[in-house]
Design a protein around this ligand. Structure first.
Ligand code: TYD
Length: 142
């Protein structure tokens, strides 16, 4: 995958791998997820790290939130469930991220040393979470 290539156009209710525009020179690489490239304007950056062995995170969907997830270090496996089908994505390089649209259930498996950065379209709002899998299915109508 070359830098800046979009694997596919973002589709609501889905997740899409996107190659982050990356500048490479003799010193190494610099990747930029800027406002004019991301399909949403980020209002928050958080990151998951210091994981317990075989930690599973996520286990929820969001009603409105859009996110772009990048494994800054190590390997992160993300299971995406849109209510109809499940898809597994492996993030293991810092120049490719996963765009996760709203109304998508995600389970995230981290290794002990992996670091997952998440750019989010809004600040933290607990009312935007669906944490119950049956409630998620009721929302997606499946
Ligand atoms: P949660 O979103 O459940 O984590 P994950 O999806 O990674 O498993 O959040 C874990 C805790 O952190 C929960 O108590 C909410 C809190 N939190 C914030 O206070 N601010 C934030 O921006 C996020 C993402 C979580």
């Amino acid at each position: 995958m070359s830098s800046g290539d979009a694997v596919a156009a973002p589709v609501r209710g889905r997740a899409t791998l996107l190659a982050v525009p990356t500048i490479v020179d003799g010193r190494g690489a610099l990747s930029v997820a800027a406002e004019d490239w991301l399909p949403f304007t980020p209002r928050r950056l958080y990151w998951l790290h210091g994981n317990a062995t075989e930690a599973v995170r996520g286990g929820h969907a969001h009603l409105q939130l859009r996110q772009f997830m990048i494994a800054m270090c190590g390997r992160v496996t993300i299971d995406i469930d849109d209510g109809a089908e499940r898809q597994t994505f492996v993030l293991d390089r810092p120049d490719v991220g996963l765009l996760v649209e709203p109304i998508v259930w995600r389970d995230i498996q981290m290794s002990a040393t992996s670091v997952l950065a998440v750019l989010a379209s809004d600040v933290y709002k607990e009312e935007d979470y669906i944490r119950d899998y049956n409630a998620f299915h009721a929302v997606v109508g499946s």
